[in-house]
Write a protein that binds this ligand. Structure first.
Ligand code: GDD
Ligand code: MN
Length: 394
């Protein structure tokens, strides 16, 4: 072919395969190992343990009647001066009795400064922005209805915001059902390694990934939620902080607890929506980076942008090339055994799955699709009062 010998064709083919491997798995792997080391560095943040600002806790709800009471009971228990807490439930068009439950809860707990807001428009960020306009706290904290906090979360998390350079903090998602099914097991492996990466990035001053279970922002540094319309209320809201040079950090001690769907279908519902949002988030970062508009450490941002936008494309090439290799050299199928190595297997599986999901996210974002309408995962697990009590969460 083109005057090349068979050996030369194979050589070029293997070279291409190795390049594609490096661009998809290699970059991510090396970045992870580097961040794991960085995670061990000390914080370069002033931590004033006496710092106790006025806070507004915002809970967005859309048909959360099965969980909202447990959520409010959980918040009622946190150790923080009641007169410094404003609690806002902001609901969009629930057609169950979420609002009735919240109002009854407010009557039964008159000492809580609980404000109920209701919007007749869809969209979580829209709801959060409405709540933001009605909030009085110096720190704004978002928490999804199905996420639960330990009593000491404020003492653990807020002191980090006392440093003037820090704009936002968040914490890890801890699954309450990590061993239910292979779906929750692989998700758990993924979460644990992502947490290491987020901590490493935070030690350098900025992580791009926050989650809805616990995200706390200094009001003065948060003009609005998701100003670029990425669909992500958490990661999308950090972009402005990056532009303004404010730190966003992940704190292992500010954990929140939640259950994860046990079926693959339920997981995909969450992941595909999230992937679509992250593709838009990193396209925005790419745009800002190219225009020199980012004022936080650029290395981690560039690599993240690469991992979310380029690596999935390399992975799309990796699959057919690997198939070709396996067809011509079937004995290489033994590599499948990699998947049964205890710690590596689930993670490898999860990386492959993540790239596939990101490819779906890339295509849907490319086609202009946005996931605004929230639907609960098919098999969402409802954490009951008795289970939460057993876990000392209410
Ligand atoms: N007011 C309002 N309006 N609230 C909404 C809307 C809306 O249009 N859409 C979603 N919510 C609320 C939900 O009721 C829930 O409290 C929270 O926002 C979760 O929505 P998303 O943040 O869009 O879900 P997700 O897929 O990214 O989050 C997944 O992980 C979270 C934990 O990290 C889900 O499993 C969540 O249930 C989970 O809390
Ligand atoms: Mn979310």
């Amino acid at each position: 072919m083109f005057g090349l010998t068979i050996i030369e064709v194979w050589f070029l083919f293997i070279l291409l395969w190795l390049t594609v491997c490096f661009l998809s798995f290699g970059v991510t792997g090396i970045y992870f190992l580097f961040m794991r080391r960085t995670a061990k560095r000390p914080w370069k943040i002033l931590v004033d343990r006496q710092y106790a600002p006025r806070i507004s806790i915002i809970i967005p709800t859309k048909n959360e009647s099965q969980i909202i009471r447990q959520k409010l009971l959980n918040i009622d228990r946190i150790e923080y001066p009641k007169d410094k807490i404003q609690l806002i439930v902001v609901d969009s068009k629930s057609n169950d009795n979420t609002l009735t439950i919240v109002e009854r809860f407010a009557e039964q707990h008159p000492y809580l400064n609980l404000l109920t807001l209701s919007l007749d428009q869809e969209g979580k960020s829209k709801a959060l922005n409405f709540a933001l306009r009605n909030s009085i706290g110096d720190v704004i904290i978002i928490s999804d209805a199905d996420c639960f906090w330990s009593q000491k979360i404020m003492q653990e998390a807020l002191p980090y915001l006392s440093d003037p350079s820090v704009g936002a903090v968040s914490g890890p998602k801890i699954l309450m059902n990590p061993n239910s099914t292979w779906v929750t097991k692989t998700e758990n492996a993924y979460l644990v390694s992502m947490n290491t990466t987020k901590l490493g990035e935070s030690k350098l001053g900025f992580t791009t990934l926050f989650e809805g279970g616990f995200s706390a922002y200094k009001r003065a540094m948060l003009p609005s939620f998701d100003p670029y319309g990425t669909g992500s209320d958490d990661c999308g809201s950090l972009i402005k902080l990056a532009e303004n040079g404010h730190k966003a950090v992940f704190l292992p001690e500010a954990a929140f607890f939640t259950a994860f769907p046990t079926s693959w279908k339920g997981k995909m519902q969450i992941k595909i929506r999230r992937a679509n949002q992250l593709v838009l988030v990193f396209s925005t970062y790419l745009n800002l980076l190219l225009r020199g508009k980012v004022r936080v450490p650029k290395g981690t941002l560039i690599l993240n942008t690469f991992i979310y936008l380029v690596s999935p494309l390399a992975f799309a090439l990796f699959v057919p090339l690997t198939m070709l290799i396996l067809v011509s050299h079937p004995y290489l199928m033994v590599l499948v055994l990699l998947f049964i190595i205890p710690r590596i297997g689930p993670l490898l599986f999860e990386v492959i799955q993540s790239y596939s999901v990101l490819l779906v996210g890339l295509s849907s974002a490319f086609l202009g699709k946005k996931f605004i309408t929230w639907s609960q995962p098919a098999d969402r697990i409802i954490l009951t009062e008795s289970l939460l009590r057993q876990n000392n969460l209410i």
